[in-house]
Design a protein around this ligand. Structure first.
Ligand code: NDP
Length: 480
């Protein structure tokens, strides 16, 4: 059994209550370890460690902070294989994906913010005619909470922690209880990199116990959260009366809008990826595909043919394209949408069934599924499924597709496929989304603002936006 411990004040601890949760391997359905279900007391200990570390960490020179973050980045790189294996085992994603994307990106997050903090600056405003100058002091907030989901475990965990630490805060962090292993391994890497004790504390457990204790803590002054919209709304309700700073990155139901004038082959290959990468469990996946009428029938045939070629298999096999879904309850939820689609009059063009992988019969595998829908208002087109299911439907005009694209409660990202510049400019400005990709998908530059509108969240991560979130601006006005 691979048991996990809390990382508090640089040491590894069992939960005070000795309460544990089973950790499942989604590729075979077996329990392979135990996770602390940390209580308020564990969170309090993490808070106390963070609070004691804060005066010294917040005064560390930028050069020294940067040096430590870069060492953590190198440590992650040095443990690439071990971390990728752990991520794949915990989450069910193909190990090739964890090796190529998840773990390298976790390392980049620390490298990026280790460098960014040396370039971060604040404004000054000269008050002409008043003999005064104002300058903005950007000060770390204190102890902050970072809570992350299971789909990109170390990738999203470090996306929050790295800027929080770079800005001089101390952190109490909780990964998803569904995928805690790489966050646990990060603790040792941080110690090896020389991160002072208490600067980062990682507590494991259920959202409703451990997560709740973090968001309720009166002295944890800011919460950076990525997860579902309902959880985000709950966090806002708890945290708002305490006037905590909040960054909420929530769900999505992103349109993939395809015009007949696009580069067809590039669009086709990328659309397969944007539909099914990570078993469709990426908040940015383009799960609603709208295709211009003129190429709809051709697209339908070509897309389905390509999707049928995707191999569902054990995450450790190098030929696997689609691994296991993250958990049994999640598999059941995703599957339920196939029934809903049928009841709503949708046509399953391919997929729709569970897959039995030989030797791993109890794993959580599902065929990549394409559903043709006749209305954009059906539930499968409106609700976040977060699995290997996409809908397709045709459209006739730009106005029509814009309306359909915007007629959901979410607004995280959108993808446009067109070579028409004026249309690109028109639609990019009118689509309700925090991120628009044109003729590409998931191309990331870590300096850019990242986040959503409407039910996809509030606030922006990425680049200096994240450093602004994790600092409090104070205006100093000097008369001379
Ligand atoms: P959840 O909202 O269920 O959980 C996210 C995190 O919040 C987990 O660590 C969870 O703990 C914790 N949590 C749950 N309840 C509480 C609570 N009361 N107080 C504090 N913390 C709590 O999301 P999932 O893990 O299921 O992740 C999938 C969701 O994340 C999808 O909706 C997806 O769209 C969204 N997402 C958004 C992204 C974005 O950038 N906008 C990126 C990636 C995912 P535990 O799991 O241990 O119960």
């Amino acid at each position: 059994m691979e048991n996990i411990k809390n990382y508090i004040n640089g040491n590894f601890h069992n939960p005070i209550s000795n309460d544990w949760i089973d950790n499942y391997n989604p590729s075979n359905g077996n329990v392979y370890g135990q996770i602390p279900n940390s209580s308020k007391d564990d969170v309090e200990n993490a808070y106390i460690a963070a609070k004691s570390a804060f005066p010294s960490w917040s005064q560390t020179t930028l050069e020294e902070r940067s040096r430590i973050l870069l060492k953590i980045s190198e440590g992650i790189e040095a443990h690439l294989d071990e971390l990728a294996q752990a991520e794949s085992k915990d989450n069910g994603k193909p190990i090739s994906l964890a090796k190529a994307i998840d773990i390298p990106r976790a390392s980049s997050n620390f490298r990026f913010f280790g460098n960014a903090i040396t370039q971060f600056a604040s404004e000054s405003h000269e008050s002409a005619g008043q003999n005064a100058i104002n300058y903005t002091l950007r000060q770390p907030i204190g102890v902050v909470g970072c809570i992350s989901p299971w789909n990109l475990p170390l990738y999203l965990f470090t996306w929050k922690i790295a800027p929080a630490l770079a800005a001089g805060n101390c952190v109490v962090a909780k990964p998803s209880e569904v995928t805690p292993m790489t966050a646990y391994l990060l603790g040792k890497i941080c110690n090896d990199a020389g991160l002072p004790k208490g600067v980062l504390n990682i507590v494991h457990g259920l959202g409703t116990t451990t997560g709740q204790a973090i968001i309720e803590h009166p002295d944890i002054k800011a919460i950076s959260f990525t997860g579902g919209t309902a959880t985000g709304a709950h966090i806002a309700k708890v945290a708002a009366p305490m006037f905590k700073k909040l960054s909420l990155e929530l769900g999505g139901k992103n349109p993939n809008i395809i015009f007949a004038d696009c580069d067809y082959e590039d669009m086709l290959a990328t659309s397969v990826r944007s539909s099914f990468a990570n078993q469709g469990q990426i908040c940015l996946c383009g799960s609603r595909i709208f295709v211009e009428q003129a190429i709809y029938e051709k697209f339908k045939v070509d897309f389905v043919e390509k999707v049928k070629q995707l191999k569902v298999g054990h995450p450790s096999e190098s030929t696997t394209n689609i691994g296991a879904l993250v958990s049994k309850p999640h598999l059941e939820k995703v599957k339920s949408y196939i029934d809903i689609a049928k009841k709503e009059g949708g046509t399953v063009l391919c997929g729709g069934n569970e897959v039995t992988v030989s030797g791993y019969e109890n794993g959580y595998y599902l065929e990549p599924t394409v559903i043709e829908v006749t209305s954009d208002e059906c539930r499968v087109n409106q609700e976040e499924i977060f699995g290997p299911i996409v809908t397709i439907m045709p459209f006739k005009t730009e106005d029509e597709v814009l309306q359909m694209a915007n007629k959901v409660k979410y607004g995280l990202s959108a993808t446009l496929w067109t070579n028409n510049l004026k249309r690109t400019m028109r639609l990019s400005s009118q689509i309700h989304a925090g991120i628009v990709w044109v003729n590409t998908w998931l191309m990331r530059d870590l300096r850019t603002p990242f986040g959503g509108v409407k039910a996809s969240g509030v606030g922006r991560e990425g680049g200096f936006e994240a450093l602004r979130f994790f600092t409090e601006p104070k205006n100093v006005c000097i008369k001379y």
